[in-house]
Design a protein around this ligand. Structure first.
Ligand code: NAP
Length: 244
Protein backbone atom coordinates (compact mmCIF):
# COMPACT_ATOMS: atom_id res chain seq x y z
CA UNK A 1 0.00 0.00 0.00
CA UNK A 2 1.49 3.38 -0.88
CA UNK A 3 0.66 6.91 0.30
CA UNK A 4 -0.06 8.53 3.62
CA UNK A 5 -1.33 6.41 6.52
CA UNK A 6 -3.40 7.59 9.49
CA UNK A 7 -2.93 5.65 12.74
CA UNK A 8 -5.66 6.24 15.30
CA UNK A 9 -3.78 5.81 18.53
CA UNK A 10 -3.67 6.16 22.28
CA UNK A 11 -2.28 2.65 22.87
CA UNK A 12 1.08 0.90 23.06
CA UNK A 13 0.24 -1.00 19.87
CA UNK A 14 -0.30 2.29 18.02
CA UNK A 15 3.10 3.56 19.19
CA UNK A 16 4.69 0.27 18.17
CA UNK A 17 3.13 0.51 14.70
CA UNK A 18 4.16 4.16 14.27
CA UNK A 19 7.77 3.24 15.12
CA UNK A 20 7.80 0.30 12.69
CA UNK A 21 6.19 2.33 9.90
CA UNK A 22 8.61 5.22 10.41
CA UNK A 23 11.58 2.81 10.37
CA UNK A 24 10.27 1.38 7.09
CA UNK A 25 10.20 4.89 5.60
CA UNK A 26 6.40 5.13 5.38
CA UNK A 27 4.52 8.43 5.47
CA UNK A 28 2.52 8.14 8.69
CA UNK A 29 0.57 10.47 10.95
CA UNK A 30 -0.69 9.37 14.37
CA UNK A 31 -3.80 10.82 15.98
CA UNK A 32 -4.55 11.10 19.70
CA UNK A 33 -7.83 12.12 21.29
CA UNK A 34 -6.16 14.53 23.74
CA UNK A 35 -7.71 12.97 26.85
CA UNK A 36 -4.46 12.56 28.78
CA UNK A 37 -2.65 15.71 29.90
CA UNK A 38 0.84 14.43 29.27
CA UNK A 39 0.42 11.62 26.71
CA UNK A 40 3.11 9.17 25.66
CA UNK A 41 3.76 10.31 22.12
CA UNK A 42 4.46 8.01 19.19
CA UNK A 43 7.47 8.74 17.01
CA UNK A 44 6.83 10.78 13.87
CA UNK A 45 4.08 13.23 13.04
CA UNK A 46 1.23 13.53 15.57
CA UNK A 47 -2.05 15.42 15.62
CA UNK A 48 -4.14 15.77 18.77
CA UNK A 49 -7.91 16.24 19.28
CA UNK A 50 -11.21 14.95 17.94
CA UNK A 51 -12.09 15.24 14.24
CA UNK A 52 -15.71 16.27 14.76
CA UNK A 53 -17.56 13.00 14.26
CA UNK A 54 -17.86 10.95 11.06
CA UNK A 55 -18.20 13.98 8.78
CA UNK A 56 -15.19 15.69 10.33
CA UNK A 57 -13.07 12.57 10.01
CA UNK A 58 -14.16 11.98 6.42
CA UNK A 59 -13.23 15.57 5.52
CA UNK A 60 -9.92 15.32 7.37
CA UNK A 61 -9.03 12.08 5.54
CA UNK A 62 -9.72 13.76 2.20
CA UNK A 63 -7.91 17.04 3.03
CA UNK A 64 -4.83 15.17 4.24
CA UNK A 65 -4.73 12.72 1.35
CA UNK A 66 -4.86 9.66 3.59
CA UNK A 67 -4.56 6.39 1.65
CA UNK A 68 -5.15 3.96 4.53
CA UNK A 69 -6.38 4.09 8.13
CA UNK A 70 -5.23 1.77 10.92
CA UNK A 71 -7.46 2.04 13.96
CA UNK A 72 -5.20 1.03 16.85
CA UNK A 73 -7.35 2.68 19.54
CA UNK A 74 -8.19 1.00 22.83
CA UNK A 75 -10.64 -1.96 22.66
CA UNK A 76 -13.15 0.09 24.71
CA UNK A 77 -12.93 3.22 22.51
CA UNK A 78 -16.02 2.30 20.49
CA UNK A 79 -17.06 5.73 19.21
CA UNK A 80 -13.88 6.50 17.31
CA UNK A 81 -13.84 2.98 15.84
CA UNK A 82 -17.44 3.33 14.64
CA UNK A 83 -16.64 6.76 13.20
CA UNK A 84 -13.52 5.46 11.44
CA UNK A 85 -15.40 2.53 9.89
CA UNK A 86 -18.13 4.87 8.62
CA UNK A 87 -15.71 7.54 7.35
CA UNK A 88 -13.42 5.11 5.51
CA UNK A 89 -16.23 3.14 3.91
CA UNK A 90 -17.77 6.41 2.68
CA UNK A 91 -14.45 7.44 1.11
CA UNK A 92 -13.31 3.97 -0.04
CA UNK A 93 -10.12 4.26 2.00
CA UNK A 94 -8.73 0.87 3.18
CA UNK A 95 -9.34 0.32 6.90
CA UNK A 96 -7.69 -2.05 9.36
CA UNK A 97 -8.51 -2.58 13.03
CA UNK A 98 -5.48 -3.33 15.22
CA UNK A 99 -6.83 -4.66 18.50
CA UNK A 100 -4.77 -6.50 21.09
CA UNK A 101 -6.14 -9.89 22.23
CA UNK A 102 -8.20 -9.95 25.43
CA UNK A 103 -6.91 -11.48 28.66
CA UNK A 104 -8.19 -14.98 29.37
CA UNK A 105 -8.59 -16.53 32.82
CA UNK A 106 -6.20 -19.07 34.27
CA UNK A 107 -7.91 -22.04 36.05
CA UNK A 108 -6.73 -20.55 39.37
CA UNK A 109 -8.37 -17.18 38.70
CA UNK A 110 -11.56 -16.00 40.39
CA UNK A 111 -13.15 -13.84 37.69
CA UNK A 112 -16.74 -12.68 37.43
CA UNK A 113 -17.26 -11.45 33.87
CA UNK A 114 -19.82 -8.68 33.36
CA UNK A 115 -21.01 -7.06 30.13
CA UNK A 116 -20.40 -3.42 31.01
CA UNK A 117 -19.39 -0.91 33.69
CA UNK A 118 -22.95 -0.55 35.01
CA UNK A 119 -23.04 -4.30 35.65
CA UNK A 120 -19.68 -4.08 37.43
CA UNK A 121 -21.11 -1.38 39.71
CA UNK A 122 -24.18 -3.58 40.36
CA UNK A 123 -21.82 -6.39 41.46
CA UNK A 124 -20.18 -4.12 44.05
CA UNK A 125 -23.28 -2.29 45.30
CA UNK A 126 -24.22 -3.30 48.84
CA UNK A 127 -20.94 -5.12 49.53
CA UNK A 128 -18.58 -4.05 52.31
CA UNK A 129 -15.62 -4.61 49.99
CA UNK A 130 -12.25 -2.92 49.59
CA UNK A 131 -12.04 -2.38 45.85
CA UNK A 132 -9.18 -1.54 43.51
CA UNK A 133 -10.86 0.26 40.60
CA UNK A 134 -8.73 0.40 37.43
CA UNK A 135 -11.38 1.05 34.79
CA UNK A 136 -10.16 4.58 33.97
CA UNK A 137 -11.37 8.00 34.98
CA UNK A 138 -14.18 8.13 32.40
CA UNK A 139 -15.96 5.19 34.08
CA UNK A 140 -15.58 6.12 37.75
CA UNK A 141 -18.96 7.87 37.85
CA UNK A 142 -20.77 4.51 37.62
CA UNK A 143 -19.60 3.74 41.19
CA UNK A 144 -20.48 7.15 42.68
CA UNK A 145 -23.64 5.96 44.41
CA UNK A 146 -22.02 3.04 46.26
CA UNK A 147 -21.45 3.85 49.93
CA UNK A 148 -20.98 0.30 51.24
CA UNK A 149 -17.50 -0.18 49.77
CA UNK A 150 -14.13 1.60 49.92
CA UNK A 151 -12.44 2.31 46.58
CA UNK A 152 -8.82 2.75 45.68
CA UNK A 153 -9.25 4.51 42.32
CA UNK A 154 -6.18 4.21 40.10
CA UNK A 155 -6.12 6.79 37.29
CA UNK A 156 -3.62 8.63 35.09
CA UNK A 157 -5.36 12.01 35.43
CA UNK A 158 -7.83 13.00 38.19
CA UNK A 159 -11.44 12.02 37.47
CA UNK A 160 -13.98 14.79 36.88
CA UNK A 161 -17.07 12.66 37.57
CA UNK A 162 -18.78 12.26 40.95
CA UNK A 163 -16.93 9.81 43.17
CA UNK A 164 -18.09 7.26 45.73
CA UNK A 165 -18.08 8.63 49.30
CA UNK A 166 -15.31 6.33 50.56
CA UNK A 167 -12.32 6.45 48.25
CA UNK A 168 -8.71 7.31 47.72
CA UNK A 169 -7.24 8.43 44.39
CA UNK A 170 -4.00 6.86 43.26
CA UNK A 171 -2.47 8.63 40.28
CA UNK A 172 -0.12 6.46 38.29
CA UNK A 173 0.51 5.10 34.84
CA UNK A 174 1.69 1.62 33.80
CA UNK A 175 3.55 -0.48 33.03
CA UNK A 176 3.10 -2.09 36.44
CA UNK A 177 5.40 -4.74 37.90
CA UNK A 178 4.19 -7.81 39.73
CA UNK A 179 5.95 -7.00 43.02
CA UNK A 180 4.37 -3.54 43.13
CA UNK A 181 0.93 -4.89 42.27
CA UNK A 182 1.20 -7.52 44.99
CA UNK A 183 2.20 -4.86 47.52
CA UNK A 184 -0.60 -2.56 46.42
CA UNK A 185 -3.26 -5.26 46.89
CA UNK A 186 -1.78 -6.39 50.19
CA UNK A 187 -1.08 -2.97 51.73
CA UNK A 188 -4.59 -1.76 50.95
CA UNK A 189 -6.25 -5.06 51.98
CA UNK A 190 -8.01 -5.18 48.59
CA UNK A 191 -10.56 -7.96 48.23
CA UNK A 192 -12.02 -7.08 44.81
CA UNK A 193 -10.31 -5.81 41.65
CA UNK A 194 -12.52 -4.17 39.03
CA UNK A 195 -10.95 -3.93 35.58
CA UNK A 196 -11.90 -3.77 31.93
CA UNK A 197 -10.62 -6.57 29.72
CA UNK A 198 -8.15 -4.27 28.00
CA UNK A 199 -5.63 -7.02 27.24
CA UNK A 200 -1.93 -6.47 26.66
CA UNK A 201 1.15 -6.87 28.81
CA UNK A 202 1.53 -3.40 30.33
CA UNK A 203 -1.19 -3.81 32.98
CA UNK A 204 -1.52 -7.59 33.17
CA UNK A 205 0.45 -8.08 36.41
CA UNK A 206 -2.51 -6.94 38.56
CA UNK A 207 -4.32 -10.10 37.42
CA UNK A 208 -1.41 -12.32 38.41
CA UNK A 209 -1.17 -10.59 41.79
CA UNK A 210 -4.93 -11.01 42.29
CA UNK A 211 -4.65 -14.72 41.47
CA UNK A 212 -1.78 -15.20 43.91
CA UNK A 213 -3.54 -13.38 46.73
CA UNK A 214 -7.00 -14.85 46.12
CA UNK A 215 -8.48 -11.46 45.20
CA UNK A 216 -11.78 -11.64 43.29
CA UNK A 217 -11.74 -9.97 39.86
CA UNK A 218 -14.75 -8.32 38.29
CA UNK A 219 -13.86 -8.28 34.61
CA UNK A 220 -15.75 -5.96 32.29
CA UNK A 221 -16.01 -7.68 28.91
CA UNK A 222 -15.16 -5.86 25.71
CA UNK A 223 -17.83 -4.19 23.63
CA UNK A 224 -18.32 -5.83 20.20
CA UNK A 225 -16.41 -4.55 17.17
CA UNK A 226 -18.36 -3.37 14.11
CA UNK A 227 -19.20 -6.35 11.86
CA UNK A 228 -17.29 -7.17 8.70
CA UNK A 229 -14.05 -5.32 9.41
CA UNK A 230 -10.54 -6.70 9.00
CA UNK A 231 -8.88 -7.15 12.42
CA UNK A 232 -5.27 -7.94 13.37
CA UNK A 233 -3.85 -8.29 16.86
CA UNK A 234 -0.38 -6.78 16.75
CA UNK A 235 1.74 -4.15 15.03
CA UNK A 236 3.75 -6.71 13.01
CA UNK A 237 0.52 -7.97 11.40
CA UNK A 238 -0.59 -4.40 10.72
CA UNK A 239 2.76 -3.74 9.00
CA UNK A 240 2.21 -6.81 6.78
CA UNK A 241 -1.16 -5.37 5.76
CA UNK A 242 0.35 -1.93 5.09
CA UNK A 243 3.16 -3.33 2.99
CA UNK A 244 1.04 -5.87 1.05
P1 NAP B 1 -14.24 7.09 22.19
O1 NAP B 1 -15.31 7.15 23.22
O2 NAP B 1 -14.25 5.99 21.21
O3 NAP B 1 -14.17 8.43 21.36
C1 NAP B 1 -14.79 9.63 21.77
C2 NAP B 1 -14.35 10.72 20.84
O4 NAP B 1 -12.98 11.04 21.09
C3 NAP B 1 -14.39 10.33 19.37
O5 NAP B 1 -15.68 10.48 18.85
C4 NAP B 1 -13.37 11.27 18.77
O6 NAP B 1 -13.90 12.58 18.69
C5 NAP B 1 -12.32 11.35 19.86
N1 NAP B 1 -11.22 10.38 19.68
C6 NAP B 1 -11.06 9.16 20.26
N2 NAP B 1 -9.90 8.61 19.90
C7 NAP B 1 -9.31 9.50 19.06
C8 NAP B 1 -8.07 9.51 18.37
N3 NAP B 1 -7.19 8.48 18.49
N4 NAP B 1 -7.78 10.60 17.61
C9 NAP B 1 -8.64 11.63 17.52
N5 NAP B 1 -9.82 11.68 18.15
C10 NAP B 1 -10.15 10.63 18.92
O7 NAP B 1 -12.79 7.08 22.89
P2 NAP B 1 -12.39 7.05 24.45
O8 NAP B 1 -12.83 5.80 25.05
O9 NAP B 1 -12.80 8.38 25.03
O10 NAP B 1 -10.81 7.01 24.31
C11 NAP B 1 -10.09 8.16 23.87
C12 NAP B 1 -8.69 7.74 23.48
O11 NAP B 1 -8.05 7.18 24.62
C13 NAP B 1 -8.67 6.69 22.39
O12 NAP B 1 -7.82 7.17 21.37
C14 NAP B 1 -8.16 5.44 23.04
O13 NAP B 1 -7.24 4.72 22.22
C15 NAP B 1 -7.48 5.94 24.30
N6 NAP B 1 -7.72 5.04 25.46
C16 NAP B 1 -8.97 4.72 25.83
C17 NAP B 1 -9.19 3.87 26.90
C18 NAP B 1 -10.57 3.44 27.31
O14 NAP B 1 -10.68 2.65 28.29
N7 NAP B 1 -11.62 3.87 26.64
C19 NAP B 1 -8.08 3.38 27.60
C20 NAP B 1 -6.79 3.73 27.20
C21 NAP B 1 -6.63 4.57 26.13
P3 NAP B 1 -14.53 13.16 17.33
O15 NAP B 1 -15.85 12.48 17.18
O16 NAP B 1 -14.61 14.62 17.57
O17 NAP B 1 -13.59 12.80 16.22
Amino acid sequence: MSGRVLILGGTGEARDLAARAQAAGMDVISSLAGRVRDPRLPVGEVRIGGFGGVDGLRTWIGDNMIHAVVDATHPFATRITGNAVAATSATDVPFLRLRRPPWTPDPADDWSCVPDIAAAADEIAGRRARVLLTTGRQDVGAFAGIDSAWFLIRVVDPPEASLPPHHQILRSRGPYHLDDERNLLRDNRIDVLVTKNSGGGLTHSKLVAARELGVEVIMVERPPEPPGIRVVSNAAQAMSWLTS
